[in-house]
Design a binder for this molecule. Structure first.
Ligand code: GDP
Ligand code: IMO
Ligand code: MG
Length: 400
């Protein structure tokens, strides 16, 4: 039995959904532990494209149970729509394979309204570029101790508003004590995967505050958001793109404004799953990923979207920042300093060959192997898996 956390190491959209789906084949239970439907996790199986916002990316395997943990904020209408969308496409979803924590908090209409109004009211330069899904305000109410938890659907005497009362019968069957369920499953020898949403740099504590989301996507959040204690976690896998992207506002030292940036956006189809916004693109930033290795205690690294670099003749990796005439190897904690950080790059040769059909390390071009080895060296975490395309089959495991 293994408890494995899958976290984003950059600004989200690293391919966590694809990796979670891939690992879910051998996992009994997949748990979302934070965030809400600000997330957009794309899973591609053959010709089928599934965009999941709230339901864990293990749902496509009928024998894998999915749990929405206590740390998640749930928009009940989005939840029901997602269940219907999956069922409409032939995916089995029932209280047998989807369970929701009674302690998860609700996103209400007022939270969405507040999120959108607050964002509209922010001055230029201060806009966060939220997804407008009510995530921040729902977490504000949770921390303020004035939020509503899904347990209200189980209390016949509770007076939820009319709209919520109408959803009670549909949602109540999914609600359980997920902390008890998960700890008992672990004691019974089950394998559990904790699927992060967003990424380390969007973490409210460890990211580029205030240009962050309102939860802890980092590995510590997997414990509080699931009720599995820290001593139960065996592995923390960090998912990282072979380059960098960010959607929404905030500092991004390796951002490209040139033809290479345009190329990455087009080749990587870098448009948001949730809002459709164009993602900002840039080179791999090892300072960021080292920070992620540190705050998540990463045991393994998964490189995704290596294939997006296939045609580029030269590649760059940021290994440090130039800041006020000094080379800085650690992420500056002060956003003002981070905003001024200039990337210091090492340059590598591209491979200019197709990697999408490669299924083993030995099939990869030698320059691609050198690039992967360099990423492992500069981040200092072993690379266990490399993804060279969106499909399940397009993955290379080190141990195969
Ligand atoms: P997530 O939020 O971390 O789950 O990532 P998203 O699903 O928002 O964005 C990742 C996108 O890249 C999705 O459209 C995936 O289908 C796609 N993707 C994942 N891995 C790879 C890969 O190795 N190569 C390519 N070309 N696309 C990938
Ligand atoms: P996945 O799970 C990328 C960004 C938003 C915004 C900031 C705050 O698909 O990786 P919020 O609505 O959470 O208050 O917005 O966080 N953001 C994401 N960016 N991927 C995500 O999720 C994101 N979820 C939120 O763009 O900058
Ligand atoms: Mg995404």
């Amino acid at each position: 039995m293994t408890v494995r956390v899958v976290v984003g190491t950059q600004w989200g959209d690293e391919g966590k959904g694809k990796i979670t789906d891939l690992l879910a084949a051998n996992t009994d239970i997949v748990v979302r532990y934070q965030g809400g439907n600000n997330a957009g996790h794309t899973v591609i199986v053959g010709q089928e494209v599934f965009k999941l916002h709230l339901i864990p990316s293990g749902i496509l395997f009928p024998n894998t149970v999915c749990v929405i943990g206590n740390g998640v904020v749930v928009d009940p209408e989005v939840l029901l729509a997602e269940i219907e969308m999956l069922r409409g496409r032939g995916v089995q979803v029932s209280p047998d394979n989807l369970k929701i924590s009674s302690a998860a908090h609700l996103i209400l209409a007022k939270h969405k309204k507040h999120d959108q109004e607050q964002e509209a009211g922010r001055a230029d330069g201060q806009k966060i570029g939220t997804t407008g899904r009510g995530i921040g305000p729902a977490y504000v109410d949770k921390i303020d101790r004035s939020g509503a938890r899904l347990e209200i659907f189980l209390r016949q005497d509770a007076p939820p508003d009319e709209q919520l009362a109408g959803l009670r019968d549909k949602i109540a069957p999914y609600i359980i004590d997920s902390v008890k369920y998960l700890n008992e499953a672990l004691a019974a020898g089950k394998n559990i995967l904790l699927e992060g949403a967003q990424g380390t740099m969007l973490d409210v504590d460890h990211g580029t505050y205030p240009f962050v989301t309102s939860s802890n996507p980092t590995a510590g959040g997997a414990c509080t958001g699931s009720g599995l204690g820290p001593t139960k976690i065996d592995e923390v896998w960090g998912v990282v793109k072979a380059y960098s992207t960010r959607v929404g506002a905030g500092p991004f030292p390796t951002e490209l404004f040139d033809a290479d940036g345009e190329y990455l956006r087009a080749a990587g189809a870098e448009f948001g799953t949730t809002t459709g916004r164009a993602r900002r693109c840039g080179w791999f930033d090892a300072v960021v990923v080292k920070h992620a290795a540190r705050v998540n205690g990463l045991t393994d690294l998964v490189i995704t979207k290596l294939d997006v670099l296939d045609k580029l003749p030269k590649l760059k990796i940021c290994t440090a920042y130039a800041l006020d005439g000094q080379a800085v190897a650690d992420l500056p904690t002060d956003l003002v300093l981070f905003s001024r950080a200039q990337p210091i790059y090492l340059e590598m040769d591209g491979w200019q060959k197709d990697t999408t059909q490669c299924r083993s390390f030995s099939e990869l071009p030698s320059e691609a192997l050198k690039y992967i080895a360099k990423l492992q060296e500069v981040v200092g975490v072993k690379i266990t898996l490399v993804s060279t395309g969106p499909d399940r089959a397009q993955a290379i495991r080190r141990d195969i």
